[in-house]
Design a protein around this ligand. Structure first.
Ligand SMILES: C[S@@+](CC[C@H](N)C(=O)[O-])C[C@H]1O[C@@H](n2cnc3c(N)ncnc32)[C@H](O)[C@@H]1O
Length: 282
């Protein structure tokens, strides 16, 4: 059984539970409203949606990002392998009378979309449910359906962060004592840069938050730190590659070059100052 098949069953069951859409997608209850607003602003800024663009939301869940983006783009397509999430998505689209969205049940590894069908692919908080091979297949699939020069925007969990280091140790300990947890694949940021480069993508930018939060931190402190980071994410301190490369929640924006003409990963990294900076990280 692959990582993806295991998670497909888990997500299908979760989507049938009687819980709010937000809790289903995020795995926790709603955050402070201001943090949601700031994080939405930062996300939209990073995606940079354009009026003439067709966007694929790969692993769309209940469609929160469809609600955020539909009015800013020509069309948005959502794909998710949990039928219950797509049902919720359809209800959301009907309730908000959204005319330019289409949602499909399916895997992001192999979609039914034609070649060059979309200008951007956003894939937010999904890659941790795929094994390494499946991530590569998904990135290949995105490059097939992207128009030339199209962009992929990933939101990934970064193992090179305080938060994930502490959480993963706790999870491993739980597994050791057979209080098994569903473990997902949290990879270091550099792993994604490497894979993107090897598949012919050029990383344009990366950004994130949750630099200082830890698992089991009091809620008020987590909220305080998140609010602080989101308010000041443009500050030079948060813009240095060294700091960004250690944030727990990272967004990466990469352009598909249309082929694998790039040289070695190291050459690619040296060509791009942000990535070259990040290469100091470990
Ligand atoms: C944590 S939720 C994120 C939902 C949404 N992207 C967001 O940011 O709110 C992860 C979603 O990815 C979907 N997913 C995971 N692996 C997938 C795959 N291989 N193909 C399609 N959907 C997948 C799950 O069903 C779930 O709805």
């Amino acid at each position: 059984m692959t990582q993806s098949t295991r998670w497909k069953d888990i997500w299908a069951a979760k989507a049938r539970e009687v819980i709010p859409d937000f809790d289903l997608d995020r795995g926790f209850s709603s955050r402070v409203e201001e943090i949601e607003r700031l994080s939405e602003h930062e996300l939209i800024d990073f995606i940079g949606p354009g009026r003439s663009e067709i966007i694929l939301d790969a692993g769309c869940g209940t469609g929160v990002n469809i609600s955020r983006l539909y009015s800013r783009v020509k069309k948005i397509i959502g794909i998710d392998f949990a039928p219950g999430s797509i049902e919720r998505c359809q209800k959301r689209i009907a309730a908000q009378n959204i005319q330019n969205a289409e949602v499909l049940v399916g895997s992001i590894i192999q979609t039914s979309l034609p070649d060059h069908a979309v200008d951007k692919v956003i894939c937010l908080s999904v890659m941790q449910y795929l094994d390494d091979h499946e991530v590569r297949l998904a990135l290949r699939e995105f490059s097939r359906i992207l128009s030339p020069g199209g962009l992929v925007i990933l939101h990934v969990k970064n193992r090179a962060s305080l938060y994930w280091l502490t959480l993963l140790v706790a999870k491993r300990l739980k597994m050791l004592f057979r209080r098994s947890t569903n473990c997902y694949n949290v990879r270091p940021f550099k792993w994604y840069l490497h894979e993107l480069s090897a598949l012919g993508y050029k990383t344009e930018d990366f950004n994130g938050f949750n630099l200082l939060t830890l698992d089991k931190m009091p809620k008020w402190l987590t909220s305080f730190l998140q609010r602080f980071e989101l308010r000041h994410y443009r500050h030079w301190l948060f813009q240095t590659a060294l700091v960004r490369g250690h944030m727990a929640d990272l967004k990466i924006r990469a352009k598909f070059n249309g082929g694998l003409e790039v040289g070695s990963v190291r050459d690619e990294m040296n060509n791009h100052c942000a990535i070259a900076d990040a290469s100091q990280l470990d």
